[in-house]
Every structure is written in structure tokens, then in C-alpha cells.
Design a protein around this ligand. Structure first.
Ligand code: ADP
Length: 680
């Protein structure tokens, strides 16, 4: 807020919460041209969704007020289908927003202070009965959503809801039915399946399937909150509202509120909109700001990304205060959200959200958000003590956002035990090994799982033939033949098909792969590569496709549905990574009866037990040192087993399909961690 400017709202620790608008929705003073455009756009959305809550200002207090008029704008009316659904949803939406709209009478709502929270909490519903008294404060949002959820949809809900999309069946289909586009609360009953104490958790991260995903982080942000919701957690996922989020999801978002926030030393006040989508017991809140999130891709380059995620991390916390939804735990992910624990203990420490505990999960230590100190100081406005060697300061020139987060977080997790150990060594520590060793008392590894709704060969709509452990041996060959046909390979079920699904970067061990391909291509082996990334690797694989026609396929693309078909149609999947924090492709592969060939590093080591030819135990074929010869040896061992000992191979196929790689166990460990941090 600029000095002398007149605003209605309240201020907490450098965040100015302004009443979104006056009762008449008149335009607020002093907002930038772009923000005005944004405001108009949001208002259009609001109208088309017929949100009935509005805001009014009483003194310095913002009050939610209900509006009776639900007049439908022409545009919305024209869309026959969405309208009714939206109308219905209104009450739901209201319910789902505990503090903001529904409950409070006048003064309460506006005061971001902790006091509000109470009233909100007690209101909360029935579902809460199970939880113990102590947990009371936690429950707001999701709970309210639940009762609403069970009505409409009890059955159709189930998470897997994947409907085969005819020609391009994507796994993301699990969204609600088209008839209820704006009825986000429809799906699963999301009944807590356990009686452990209830905790509320805000997930803050830069991507989440199916809205936006570039790798494993997107999978985790999707799957873990859903399982935690079933394990008696209130979960809210906070994401940037990128322009690249598919329109079908944008259409389902419901306007939740907006405010203005200062940022660092910019001297400006930035618009923060909140758009909400509730699905399967999880509330997704998208932070809206066109200036930062209008690019077609979440990650562009550090020049753009540093300011973007400084803004996002601060806006996420400010949004929690604004919504008066104060979680027990703030769980942030990777460098993009690593400033959250830092903000939490500095600028926000006296605000309501300041009492939350923080967990920071490292999904990939290679990316840390490093930039020169003046720039990060400018965009964050963090106090000087934060730019010390023990926190953000990397060296004389640079600050490191992840390093700061690691210092300030109450707990650090990474996605496997082995990786948790590896990153404390010079080889894998990416120059943070000393810092991590220093904080190792709060570091632990929890391996990822996979979402069985999204990854299930028995129901996967992308497959030509579905199968399970009882008929995998008959049906997998059919999927292999279909894959060969789809990719223009020689159609022969007898060929040994090796898949590789990966970002094409140095991390993934592709130099080893390209070195051994000539020896692998023996006339009985086919290789299928799916991925995009470094041009060097893309060109190498294109070359091999050309050189080994009918036996090598290079799909240089990102294609979820095709990935599913490769998991189902291949016999083995290659993951020879230089380092691999957890790795999901080997888990997907095992669940589809495809044997992994992996390097023993990080999560690959923790999840794939080496096959033992003497007693037949194990899940896949492994090698230890980063060496092309050892990779070739592992591939040859796999081939030998496949061609000469099929009976044993098939046993491993079934054992892998039976292996529990779901999120249940891992989510339980996260829940235990949350309880350890909040032992009341
Ligand atoms: P990382 O996060 O390092 O990229 P992970 O193994 O943790 O690697 O996660 C990769 C995820 O992205 C898996 O779900 C995999 O199926 C998916 N994936 C990777 N590349 C592609 C692609 N080109 N097309 C479709 N899915 C892909």
C-alpha cells in the first residue's frame, strides 16, 4: 500500500488485506490497468457462476454478505448446461468456505486474526464428530464440503472415475461429470477411514496433476492429499493459477475472494485472487495474478521464475490468513515453495498462519532457486538476518531459496530413505550437503507411492485390453501387440520390448542408454522411448529410430495416455538414472507387470529389490555404478531370464503387480510426521 492511499481493509505484517470491493462492486481505487482487466474478468466469472456472496466494508472490517439476486447474465444463460449445476453448487460453495462467507456475522470475518478461527471451527459439521476434541481447531473447510459431497454423488464419485475418452483417452479423466461442471464437490464421500487425530494441512507447490504437471511432483501433489483426506486430514492444496491450466478446470473454479498484497521492495501492491475447486475431499485454491501466471508454461527461466515464486509463496500464506483457514501444518514442496517456511517465521510470524508448523519436501535437490542476493531481497523484502550463511545466503553473490527453506522448516522430508542419505554426501548434495548434514536431525525419507485410481491396469481407459494379476499373462501380450501397431514396430509378441518414459535430461542416465543401444538391438529386442527434453537426447533417439526401423520408436512428446500404454505393453522399463530422488516410473511399471531395470540409487534402490536368479526373489534388474557396461549387463540379464526362463519371469511379473506401491503407507508416515509436530 502506498503511503497516503486510502484503502479499506486491514494489515498484517506487510500484507495489506483489502476489501475486494465496495458493496456495489465498484472499482477499487488505484489498481493497475492490468489488475483492472483482471478484476473485470473475475467479476464476469463470478457472475456466470452466480456466486451470491458479496463483500461489504464496515469500518476496517470486511464482512461477507449474502446476496439474493441470482440474475443470470446472458452469456451464462446461453450455456444451458453449466447454469443449473452452478446454481446448485452455490450452497455447497458457501458451505465449503467456512470462515469467509457463511458463518460469521459482521465483524468476524474480516479480522484475519486467530479469534475468527474459533467460531469457524465449531460450526463445522458433523463429520467432525470422530475427531478428538483437541483437534477441534483444525477442521474448517473440507469438512464442510463433505456433507455436501455425499448427497449428490455418493456413488459416481469414486476417485478413479476415469471414463474412457474415446480417441485420446487421458488419465486425467477422473474429473467429475460434465453435467456438473461447477459442482466441484460431487465426488467421493471422502470419509475418514481411520480414527487418528485430525489435522489440517495446506499443501503449497507449483504443480499438480491434472491441472498442470511436468513430472513426479505433479503426481505427488495430486495423490498424497487425496489419501491424507482419507486418513482424517483436512487438506487444502494451494497452486498458482497458470493460464495453461486446461479450460475445463478453469471453468469449474469458483471465485473465492481477492485482496491486495505488497511484495518486497517493489513498492507496489499486487492483486491476489483466489479461485477454488473442491474435489474428492480436497480443496484446491488457485492463486490468481495475471502478471505472474499468464505464461504458457509453469517454468520459464529463473529471471521470470524467481519473482513469480517469491510472490506465490507469500500470496499462499496471505491467502490462508485471508480465508481464515489456519492449518496445523503447512507442507511445501521444492524450491518454488521453499520460501514459505521463511516467510512463516519472519513476515508472518505474528499473523494467524504464523502458528502453523512447516514441512518442506525435497523432490529434486538439483533445482534450488538460486539468484543474486539483491534480486531476492528486492522481491521478498525479507529481513537481513535471513540472508546469512545459515539460511538463504549461498555465497558472496547468491541467495538460495531452497537453502533458506531447509533452515527454517520444522521438518524436512525427501522422497526416499536412500536419497535422504545420499544428499548429505558431496556426490549427490548439489553443494548443500553440509547444510543438510547440519539439519539432518529434522530430515527423513518417505518414499512416494502411486495413485491406484490413476494407475490401474484393470480399469485404465487408455489400454486396449484391461488386465489384472489373474490374467496378466494372457492380456499383456495383446497390449504389446497393440503398442507395436500404434508405434509402427514389427508386430511380434515374442520380441522383448523395453520402454523408457522420462524427461530427457542428464539426470536420467540417457548417455548410458545411448551408449548401449547398438548392443541392445539384437533383432529380438525392441525399444520404445517416450519423452521430451534436451535436444541432444531427442536427436539421438530420433537417429536410432531411423537406424533401426521397426525395432526402435522415439516418441518425442509428452503424452499421458501413451505412457499408460507403454507401461502395459512393454516387458521391461529402463530407469538408469544418475540420481533419482524417488522415481515413479518404476512403480508404475511394476504395477502394470513390467519389470524395471534400474540403477541402484535413491528411490530406485528402495523400491526395486534385485532379482536373484538362485531363489527367484526380487522385483527387477539392477546395477550399481553409473557405468554403461553395467547397464548393458543388467539388460542382458533381463533378456536371458525372459528368453530362457519365462516361467520365472512370469512369476516376477505377478509378484510386481501384487507389490504394494500405493500411497497408503507413505501417507501414513506423513500423517505421523504431522502428529509428531502437533502433539496436542
Ligand atoms: P521426474 O519427476 O524426475 O520427471 P518421476 O519418475 O518422478 O520423474 O515422474 C515422472 C512422471 O511423469 C511419471 O508419472 C511418468 O509416467 C510421467 N512422464 C514422464 N515423461 C512423460 C512423457 N513424455 N509423457 C507422459 N508421461 C510422462
Amino acid at each position: 500500500m502506498r503511503p497516503g492511499e486510502l484503502h479499506f481493509g486491514w494489515e498484517y505484517d506487510n500484507v495489506f488485506y483489502r476489501a475486494p470491493e465496495m458493496g456495489s462492486r465498484s472499482r477499487p481505487p488505484a489498481c493497475g490497468q492490468q489488475e483492472k482487466g483482471k478484476r473485470r474478468r473475475i467479476l464476469r466469472t463470478v457472475r456466470s457462476l452466480e456466486i451470491s456472496a458479496d463483500y461489504d466494508v464496515k469500518g476496517s472490517v470486511v464482512v461477507a454478505k449474502k446476496k439474493t439476486s441470482t440474475q443470470k447474465p446472458a452469456a451464462a444463460a446461453a450455456q444451458a448446461k453449466p447454469a443449473p449445476a452452478v446454481k446448485k453448487e452455490e450452497p455447497v460453495a458457501k458451505k465449503a468456505e467456512p470462515a469467509a462467507k457463511k458463518e460469521e456475522p459482521a465483524a468476524k470475518k474480516a479480522e484475519p486474526a486467530a479469534k475468527k478461527e474459533e467460531p469457524a471451527a465449531k460450526k463445522e459439521e458433523p463429520a467432525a464428530k470422530k475427531e478428538e476434541p483437541a483437534a477441534k481447531k483444525a477442521k474448517p473447510a473440507t469438512k464442510a464440503a463433505k456433507p455436501a459431497a455425499k448427497k449428490p454423488a455418493a456413488k459416481k464419485a469414486a476417485p478413479k472415475a476415469e471414463k474412457p475418452a474415446p480417441e485420446q483417452p487421458a488419465p486425467q479423466v477422473e474429473e467429475p461429470k460434465a453435467e456438473q461442471p461447477a459442482q466441484p464437490v460431487e465426488s467421493a464421500p471422502a470419509q475418514p477411514v481411520d480414527t487418528s487425530p485430525r489435522r489440517s494441512v495446506a499443501f503449497i507447490g507449483s504443480e499438480c496433476h491434472p491441472f498442470v504437471k511436468t513430472g513426479g511432483l505433479g503426481d505427488v501433489m495430486y495423490a498424497l492429499p487425496r489419501v491424507l483426506a482419507q486418513q482424517n486430514c483436512d487438506v487444502r492444496v494451494i497452486l498458482p493459477r497458470y493460464a495453461c491450466i486446461p479450460q475445463k478446470y478453469q471453468d469449474k473454479m469458483v471465485y473465492r475472494g481477492e485482496f491486495y498484497m505488497d511484495l518486497g521492495q517493489t513498492g507496489r501492491s499486487y492483486y491476489v485472487g483466489i479461485m477454488e475447486y473442491i474435489w474428492d475431499g480436497v480443496v484446491y485454491d488457485f492463486i490468481d495474478n495475471q502478471e505472474f501466471f499468464s505464461a504458457g508454461n509453469p517454468y520459464i527461466g529463473l529471471v521470470e521464475d524467481i519473482p513469480k515464486y517469491c510472490f506465490f509463496s507469500k500470496a499462499a500464506l496471505a491467502a490462508l490468513n485471508y480465508m481464515n483457514w489456519i492449518p496445523d501444518i503447512v507442507h511445501c514442496h521444492d524450491w518454488q515453495a521453499a520460501l514459505v517456511p521463511v516467510y512463516l517465521r519472519t513476515l508472518f510470524k505474528d499473523s494467524p498462519v504464523g502458528r502453523a508448523k512447516s514441512v518442506l519436501t525435497i523432490h529434486n535437490l538439483r533445482f534450488q532457486g538460486i539468484y543474486n542476493i539483491p534480486t531476492i531481497r528486492y522481491w521478498t523484502g525479507l529481513p537481513d538476518e535471513v540472508f546469512e550463511m545459515g539460511a538463504l545466503k549461498q555465497d558472496y553473490v547468491n541467495a538460495n531459496m531452497l537453502k533458506g527453506g531447509l533452515a527454517y522448516a520444522d521438518r524436512i522430508t525427501t522422497v526416499s530413505n536412500t536419497y535422504a542419505w545420499e544428499i548429505q554426501t558431496a556426490e549427490y548434495g548439489e553443494k548443500l550437503e553440509d547444510h543438510l548434514r547440519y539439519h539432518s536431525y529434522k530430515l527423513r525419507g518417505i518414499v512416494n507411492g502411486i495413485d491406484y485410481g490413476m494407475w490401474n491396469p484393470a480399469t485404465d481407459p487408455s489400454l486396449v485390453v484391461n488386465y489384472d494379476i489373474t490374467n496378466v499373462l494372457e492380456h499383456k501380450p495383446e497390449n504389446k501387440r497393440a503398442l507395436q501397431q500404434e508405434l509402427g514396430l514389427v508386430q511380434d509378441e515374442g520380441k522383448f520390448v523395453i520402454g523408457l518414459i522420462s524427461r530427457l535430461t542428464d539426470q536420467k542416465g540417457l548417455d548410458l542408454v545411448s551408449a548401449v543401444i547398438p548392443q541392445v538391438m539384437d533383432g529380438n529386442t525392441q525399444v520404445v522411448v517416450l519423452g521430451t527434453g534436451d535436444k541432444e537426447y531427442e536427436d539421438t533417439f530420433r537417429y536410432y529410430e531411423n537406424a533401426c526401423k521397426g525395432m526402435f520408436s522415439a516418441c518425442i512428446q509428452y503424452d499421458e495416455a501413451r505412457a499408460h500404454r507403454i507401461y502395459a505393453g512393454a516387458d521391461a522399463l529402463l530407469v538408469p538414472s544418475r540420481f533419482e530422488p524417488c522415481g515413479l516410473t518404476q512403480l508404475n511399471a511394476m504395477h502394470y507387470g513390467t519389470l524395471p531395470i534400474v540403477r541402484e540409487t535413491g528411490g530406485l534402490k528402495d523400491t526395486v529389490e534385485p532379482y536373484n536368479v538362485f531363489n527367484g526373489a526380487g522385483n527387477g534388474f539392477t546395477f550399481d555404478r553409473y557405468d554403461a557396461g553395467l547397464l548393458l549387463d543388467a539388460i542382458n540379464r533381463a533378456k536371458t531370464e525372459y528368453f530362457t526362463s519365462r516361467y520365472h519371469w512370469d512369476e516376477v511379473v505377478q509378484r510386481d503387480m501384487a507389490k504394494d506401491v500405493s500411497w497408503e503407507n507413505s501417507a501414513r508416515q506423513y500423517k505421523d510426521l504431522y502428529l509428531e509436530l502437533t502433539p496436542w
